[in-house]
Structures are given as structure tokens and as C-alpha cells.
Design a protein around this ligand. Structure first.
Ligand code: NAD
Length: 542
């Protein structure tokens, strides 16, 4: 096939509103009912095989843990090895496939998620990860579709980026090869879109992938995999396995063909992986690409000039949507004393209106946290705060009898560096520090140095000098910085996402720079009339 093909221009997927009486709401409710009525038997996908080990792990909605959604088949070390072998077997044909054919697969997957599977993937995310209808829609449908469509566009932009200079008689070309070996994609529980993006971004660039999702996200991950296959993804290009993290890492990170890690998850796990990779560095054929987006302790800094209503809305959405389980969730807020009384009054009144409960009841803004381990960890922070005599402004109670429900909680920091101002809790717990207005200029150093992370942060100010000062002073405190907006909800193609320091390698998910990491460039210089004599003119006698 000859031609410089243009791909359809990427545009952000429209977000459905799911208002009462709408057709989309009826479709989503039907998909939820259908999924609830079934018990899935979920295999691993290795090469052309659906692998069932008989060692079953139960899947349940976090908001109704007695209900069984199905079981997945747990693998062991042998399946990790099989997955690597299947990936390597698929590699020659996959990397030889013309890019436009690869693009066609992922564009088709985007279309399938936009139409045929939109409600199914949203329902899966609502049931198994306890995201409400809107949170599921912006993640499992829209962000996932955007990742696929925009990445195809970025791929073509990368491939068309060629050396700017040519000289007479010479043709310079850049070829963007996939990495030798295989890429290991390790995905978190909290975003279905991230789970879909981490294996597909390297695959799109011609790589083969071993994909290990979080065990609490297998329910939606397996549907992603089925749709990728329906879109035409050949066997073995992405291999989906459910194996214990450390056991998987132990095999992958000792394999000579390991060529890249695409990770999103906690900082501690990423550091463990990096260390293992370092220990095995001499084993590998190539220096592996290490891309990791990790934890956050995301801030909102309000100036005395802040729009108070906008600030309150941003605090509630930023801290409590999806139960604060976004890496970007606001979890520490700095408010000046002069506006605190009015902000406090509005905040407490609004917090009293938040409903907590299952996702299948659409009136609930806050749902359950992902599992018992998370519930116990988050509630222990609340217990400790109470023991420490910390003022609990809102919430503070929790109950795991039916689902893992934690009331959205606001703590008043007894000191600016109280524990809950510094550590990632990853739940619906926000801490507020009220500062003296005169201390504004000292706030930057405090905000910047309070945590080891640098993922997202927001300032609220109607005073442009204050906004300018904060934007400069906090330039390394967040990879995604917001002015008069909440620190969550980055949109692919609009706000490339990622942070530095303890928050990751900042290789911006769903951006050109990320896709570049999955390529290894080959420069080709072709000379049409090469010299036939080694002697330069300067060598000649006078
Ligand atoms: P996690 O670190 O517990 O798990 C992530 C993945 O790593 C899972 O698939 C897990 O099974 C696997 N894993 C754990 N130990 C392993 C090991 N030793 N070897 C190989 N794999 C191993 O994270 P999580 O609870 O699923 O997700 C929440 C975390 O992810 C939070 O810290 C959050 O901030 C972060 N996160 C960051 C971003 C971002 O873009 N920066 C986005 C989403 C989530």
C-alpha cells in the first residue's frame, strides 16, 4: 500500500450527562442489571489461549461485597513465562505490520468503546471499582477513547518527524523502531482508562506486551482485552495475566528481553521495581525504558482574593470524587484566616448534602473505597487523628458491614506538617491548614516541601500578582498546575498528565513524549554518489 496516510483528526469524546429520563441513563441501567445478573468466569489471555488455572479469586462490588460478580483464574510463575514467550513469538509479525494497519486496530477499539461497549465498560467500572455514573463515563468511556484516538494521532506526528536538514546527494531518514524485547505494563485499580492505555501505547508503536493489572480491576481489564481482540489485535501482542506482583516482577525483571516498564501505581512499588531493574541491569540486551506515574499529595492553595464559592466547589469535587482515590485528588488545602469563616460555613453546608452509597443508586456522589485493605488503612488515619485530638470538621465515621463506605472527612490540621498533610492516604480524607494572611509569601516553601510528591496542585486567586508569584514559586511542586480550578480531571490532548519527584518520571500519559519512550530511533543516511578517494583537497602539495 503506497501513500502517506492521514488518520482521522483526534477530538475529545463527548461526555454523556446521564440525566434522569435520558436514553443513555436507561442504557446504562440496563447494562448494570445485566452485569449484576451474571457471574463471570475470567481467564488469562496468553497468546491465542484463554488460560484457566482453576485457582479462583472472587470479584465483588466494593459497595456490596457480599455479591459475587464472578471469579478470575489466578496464575503463577509458569504463566508469566508463557506470557513472555507468547509476546516474543508475536513480535516479528507485529513489528513488521505497517503502521496504518496498527492504527486501524486501535481506532476501531476506540469506536467500539464509544458505541457498542460504552455502557458495558462503564457498568463494569461502576460495579467493580465503585465509580458513579459520571466518574465511570469520564474514565472508562471518554478518557480511554481519547487515549486511543490521540495516541494514533501522536504516533503519526512522531513518524513524520524527520531530520530537518538534507544536503545534495544525501538522503537522511529517521526510523522509529519498536524496542527489542517486550514491554511490561503494570496497571492500577483506579482508572480503567489507564489500564487500557499502559499496554496499548507501547503496542501501538509496534511493541509486544505482558500486562499485569491490579487484582481489584481484573473485572474491567478483561473486557478491555476482549474489545482489543474484537478490534483485531493479533494474538500475543498483549498478554493479560493475573499473577502476584512480586512473583511476576521477579521473573520479568530478570529476563534478558525485558525492554521497558510502563507502570502506574504507588511510589513504593515503583521504587522496588526500579531497584530490581538496577540490580539486573547487566542481564538485559538493552537499557530498559522505565516509565512510572506514581503517588501524589495534591494541594489547593487559596489566596485571600479567591472566589470563595469556586474554592468550595473545587475542594469538594477535587477531594471527594471517586472517594479521593485519584492520584490527583486534593488532599491538603491552605486557606487564609480572613476568608476561612465564610469558606468554612459554605463548605460544612455543602458537605452535609453529599450522599454516600452504592453506585447503582445514581443520587450518590461518594461511593465505596476499593477494598478492605484500603478501608482499614484510610480508617486508621481517621482513628489516629481522633487520638491526636485533631478537630474533625466533617465526617469521620465509616462502616464496612455492607460495603467499604467512609464518610467524606475533613480534618483541621493541628500543625502545618501534621501527618495527614504529608502522606498519601488515597481515600476521602482532606486536611485543611488555616494560615495567617500575612504569611502568604511563606506559603510557597511550605506547600513545596511538605510532601515528597509533585503531581498536581491548584491555586485560587483573583489577584493576578498573587497568581503569578505562586505559578513561579511552585514551578517544581506539581506536574499539572491549575489556576482557579480543581487539581483533578485532566483531559487527554488538553492537559498532558504526570508529575515529578516522588510522583513519577513525568512522561505525560496520552502525549507524544510518552509514545516516544516506546521507540528506539534508527538514523539512516543514504549517499547517492559516495567518495571514491579517501584524500581531502587540503592534503595536496602547494
Ligand atoms: P499499587 O502500587 O498497589 O499497585 C499497582 C500495580 O502494581 C498493581 O497491578 C499491583 O498488583 C502491582 N504490584 C504491586 N507490587 C508489585 C511488585 N512487587 N512487582 C510487580 N507488580 C507489583 O497501586 P494501586 O493501589 O493499584 O493504585 C494506587 C496508586 O497509584 C496510588 O499511589 C496513586 O497515586 C497511584 N496512581 C498514580 C497515577 C499517576 O498518573 N501518577 C494514576 C493513578 C494511580
Amino acid at each position: 500500500m503506497n501513500g502517506f496516510f492521514n488518520t482521522p483528526p483526534a477530538v475529545n469524546e463527548p461526555v454523556y450527562a446521564y440525566a434522569p429520563g435520558s436514553a443513555e441513563r436507561a442504557h446504562l441501567k440496563a447494562a448494570l442489571a445485566e452485569a449484576r445478573a451474571q457471574e463471570l468466569d475470567v481467564p488469562m489471555f496468553i497468546g491465542s489461549e484463554e488460560v484457566r488455572t482453576g485457582k479462583l479469586q472472587r470479584m465483588a462490588p466494593p459497595h456490596d461485597h457480599a455479591h459475587t460478580l464472578g471469579h478470575f483464574h489466578v496464575g503463577d510463575a509458569s504463566h508469566v513465562k508463557q506470557a513472555i514467550a507468547a509476546a516474543m513469538a508475536a513480535k516479528p509479525a507485529w513489528e513488521a505490520m505497517p503502521w496504518e494497519q496498527r492504527a486501524g486496530i486501535f481506532l476501531k477499539a476506540a469506536e467500539l468503546f464509544s458505541s457498542k461497549y460504552r455502557y458495558a465498560i462503564n457498568a463494569a467500572t461502576m460495579l467493580a471499582q465503585s465509580k458513579n455514573a459520571y466518574q465511570a463515563e469520564i474514565d472508562a468511556a471518554c478518557e480511554l477513547i481519547d487515549f486511543l484516538n490521540f495516541n494514533v494521532q501522536f504516533m503519526t506526528e512522531i513518524y513524520s518527524d524527520q531530520p530537518p536538514a538534507q544536503t545534495k546527494g544525501i538522503w537522511n531518514r529517521l526510523e522509529y523502531r519498536p524496542l527489542e524485547g517486550f514491554v511490561f505494563a503494570v496497571t492500577p485499580f483506579n482508572f480503567t482508562a489507564i489500564s487500557g492505555n499502559l499496554p496499548t501505547a507501547p503496542a501501538m508503536m509496534g511493541n509486544v506486551v505482558v500486562w499485569k493489572p491490579s487484582e481489584t480491576q481484573v473485572y474491567s481489564a478483561q473486557l478491555l482485552m476482549r474489545v482489543f481482540k474484537e478490534a483485531g489485535l493479533p494474538d500475543g501482542v498483549i498478554n493479560l495475566i493475573y499473577t502476584p506482583g512480586p512473583e511476576t516482577g521477579d521473573i520479568v525483571f530478570k529476563h534478558p528481553e525485558f525492554s521497558g516498564l510502563h507502570f502506574t501505581g504507588s511510589t513504593g512499588v515503583f521504587r522496588t521495581m526500579w531497584k530490581l531493574i538496577g540490580e539486573n541491569i547487566a542481564t538485559y540486551k538493552s537499557y530498559p525504558r522505565i516509565v512510572g506515574e506514581t503517588g501524589g499529595k495534591d494541594f489547593i492553595l487559596a489566596h485571600a482574593s479567591a472566589d470563595q464559592k469556586a474554592l468550595v466547589a473545587a475542594i469538594i469535587r477535587g477531594a471527594f470524587e471517586f472517594q479521593g482515590q485519584k492520584c490527583s485528588a486534593a488532599s491538603r488545602v491552605y486557606i487564609p484566616k480572613s476568608i476561612w469563616p465564610i469558606v468554612k460555613e459554605m463548605l460544612v453546608a455543602e458537605m452535609a448534602t453529599l450522599k454516600v452509597g452504592p453506585t447503582e443508586d445514581f443520587g450518590n456522589f461518594v461511593n465505596a473505597v476499593i477494598d478492605e485493605r484500603a478501608f482499614d488503612k484510610i480508617s486508621s488515619y481517621i482513628d489516629q487523628a481522633k487520638k491526636d485530638g485533631v478537630e474533625v470538621l466533617c465526617g469521620g465515621s465509616y462502616d464496612k458491614s455492607k460495603g467499604y463506605f467512609i464518610q467524606p472527612t475533613i480534618l483541621m490540621a493541628p500543625s502545618a506538617r501534621y501527618r495527614t498533610m504529608c502522606e498519601e492516604i488515597f481515600g476521602p480524607v482532606l486536611t485543611i491548614w488555616v494560615y495567617e494572611d500575612a504569611d502568604w509569601a511563606n506559603m510557597f516553601e511550605l506547600v513545596d516541601s511538605t510532601s515528597e510528591y509533585a503531581l498536581t496542585g491548584a491555586i485560587f486567586s483573583q489577584n493576578r500578582y498573587a497568581a503569578t508569584e505562586a505559578t513561579w514559586a511552585l514551578r517544581n511542586s506539581a506536574g499539572n498546575f491549575y489556576i482557579n480550578d480543581k487539581p483533578t480531571g485532566a483531559v487527554v490532548g488538553q492537559q498532558p498528565f504526570g508529575g515529578g519527584r516522588g510522583s513519577g518520571t513525568n512522561d505525560k500519559a496520552g502525549a507524544k513524549v510518552n509514545l516516544l519512550r516506546w521507540t528506539s530511533q534508527r538514523t539512516i543516511k543514504e549517499t547517492f554518489n559516495p567518495p571514491t578517494d579517501y584524500r581531502y583537497p587540503f592534503l595536496s602539495e602547494e
